[in-house]
Write a protein that binds this ligand. Structure first.
Ligand code: DAT
Ligand code: MG
Length: 138
């Protein structure tokens, strides 16, 4: 199987809290390769594409608002089984209950804005990765 690529985002809460380096260190320590990396202030259109699967859900508008609060760091990350591997490093969606040892479990919690502030995004399938890498890196 060819080496996979995935899209990782350090979301606005992670950037604002100065956790970008810590998150990158975990990714690098796991042995994945940084292929490309950029600081991005996404407009609404880009976020609508990125989160198209969630359009209409109750958390959709607050999620887009949160993602427009500041820059994110977009990372093109490569390695064998990196898609599932990064999801494992990130932990489950709700940071309050994400397992300790994961990025969300160690650094995230509910700050009163439900589970939006969970620090990172990682693509969930090869199809999502290809689609999302196109949205963030062209
Ligand atoms: P993940 O980011 O773990 O892939 P997801 O794709 O289901 O999770 O949802 C995308 C983001 O939307 C998630 O990182 C945080 C937010 N979100 C998901 N479920 C939510 C909920 N029930 N309430 C508030 N925000 C939610
Ligand atoms: Mg998702």
């Amino acid at each position: 199987m060819a080496t996979e690529e995935t899209l990782v985002l350090v979301k606005p809460d992670g950037v604002a809290r100065g956790l970008t380096g810590t998150i990158l260190a975990r990714v690098e320590a796991k042995g994945y390769s940084l292929v490309d990396l950029r600081l991005v202030e996404p407009d609404r259109e880009r976020l609508e594409q990125h989160y198209a699967e969630h359009a209409g859900k109750p958390f959709y508008e607050p999620l887009l608002e949160f993602m427009m609060q500041g820059p994110s760091v977009a990372i093109r990350l490569a390695g064998e089984r990196v898609i599932e591997g990064f999801r494992s490093l990130a932990g489950t969606t709700d940071p309050t209950t994400a397992a300790p040892g994961t990025i969300r479990g160690d650094f995230g919690r509910d700050w009163g804005l439900k589970v939006q502030q969970n620090l990172v995004h990682g693509s969930d399938s090869p199809e999502s990765a290809a689609r999302e890498l196109q949205i963030w890196f062209g």
